[in-house]
Design a protein. Structure first.
Lengths: 191, 161
């Protein structure tokens, strides 16, 4: 039993994680005819809380309550994994990346996100504000404009061989490459 | 409330629930259970790490490509099997998967989301998982993402699609 907990507590390899994420697609379809897609919840929350008479938010969001239940599960699952199945060793970060980040004064490599950029304190630095507030805005705006995110397009859409999802996925990657390699280095200098 | 019941046919993006059956609270719990497994995977495979996303976009690590690639292969095989054998839901309904219609939004929105993804180091799923992992400041990012979605809804008709 101890051995089992130890195995689970070590970081999971990509093929285990990928298989389990892939299986979410048929699981949701079979248990209730539901199509996998997480960013829609941002729309449901807007529709439920601040519809403001906007056509885009006038629909029967209650029919999609299942997805909000799914997201609550994600939060609980992350809590369980962090508190009861956590890995005692640090996340192994590519040393090249670590060096590049250290040059910009990022020294916290112990957590999932660097505290120097993502924390309530960092919010009052220019780069922290840009990454958290502007970054979050772009995620919410872009996913809805693209009609899906990594789950709805890259996993669900590609699984269903939808070419618009391939277009969207390629654009996600282009945007990410441009940001990380050409824009982020400048943002990180705005201390 | 009746006006809220209308979902226009042109807006297929919302048809995530293709079941005709109504579900009550207890029945909805099963989606939370799937979500719990999903949340555990996110944390255990370090998918919700900002560093992993930076490594991916700098081609410094294979990890995220392996995760997404495997997920697509497993998902595609599953969907193919469901279609081939006409597998039904547990409620004996025919499984319906809504097609994703192409719009220019796939391109423009995709690029915008890509920029945001690399900044926050998280797509919407991992954002929620980060809250569960105890990183409270991510609530700011989520509120901002909600504002972004709301703003899209407000300007939707004026944007190229």
């Amino acid at each position: 039993m101890n051995e089992l907990i130890q195995t689970i507590s070590a970081p999971w390899p990509w093929y285990v994680a990928g298989t389990l994420i892939g299986l979410t697609v048929p699981t949701l379809l079979i248990i209730g005819n539901k199509t996998f897609g997480i960013s829609s919840n941002l729309r449901h929350l807007c529709a439920a809380c601040f519809p403001a008479n906007i056509t885009f938010f006038k629909y029967d969001w209650k029919k999609e309550t299942w997805n909000l239940f799914f997201v609550v599960g994600v939060i609980i699952g992350a809590f369980i994994a962090t508190h009861y199945l956590s890995n005692p060793t640090l996340i192994k970060i590519n040393p090249v990346l670590q060096q590049e980040l250290a040059k910009e004064g990022i020294t916290d490599f112990k957590n999932l996100l660097p505290k120097d950029l993502f924390s309530f304190e960092a919010l009052f630095t220019l780069r922290g504000f840009i990454l958290m507030v502007v970054g979050g805005f772009l995620v919410g705006f872009g996913t809805r404009y693209a009609n899906g995110c990594t789950s709805g397009h890259s996993i669900m859409g590609l699984s269903n061989l939808q070419w618009p999802s391939l277009v969207a996925t390629i654009c996600f990657m282009i945007g990410g490459f441009v940001m990380t390699n050409f824009i982020l280095p400048y943002i990180l200098q705005l201390k | 409330m009746s006006e809220n019941k209308e979902i226009t046919n042109s807006d297929k993006s919302i048809a995530h629930n293709n079941s005709a059956k109504k579900e009550n609270g207890r029945s909805l719990i099963k989606y939370s259970l799937v979500g719990i497994v999903f949340g555990i995977v996110f944390v255990k495979a370090e998918i919700i790490s900002w560093f992993r996303i930076q490594e991916m976009f700098k081609l410094q690590s294979f990890h995220m490509y392996g995760v997404i690639g495997t997920a697509v292969v497993v998902g595609a095989l599953s969907v193919a099997l469901i279609k081939k054998f006409k597998i039904k839901t547990l409620q004996k309904e025919a499984i319906v998967i809504t097609n994703k219609p192409f719009t220019k939004g796939n391109i423009y929105g995709g690029l915008v989301f890509g920029l945001g993804w690399a900044m926050t180091g998280a797509c919407p799923g991992p954002l929620f998982a980060q809250i569960g992992a105890g990183i409270g400041s991510i609530s700011i990012v989520i509120v901002s993402a909600l504002l972004g979605t709301w703003t899209y809804g407000y300007f939707k008709e004026k944007l190229p699609h």
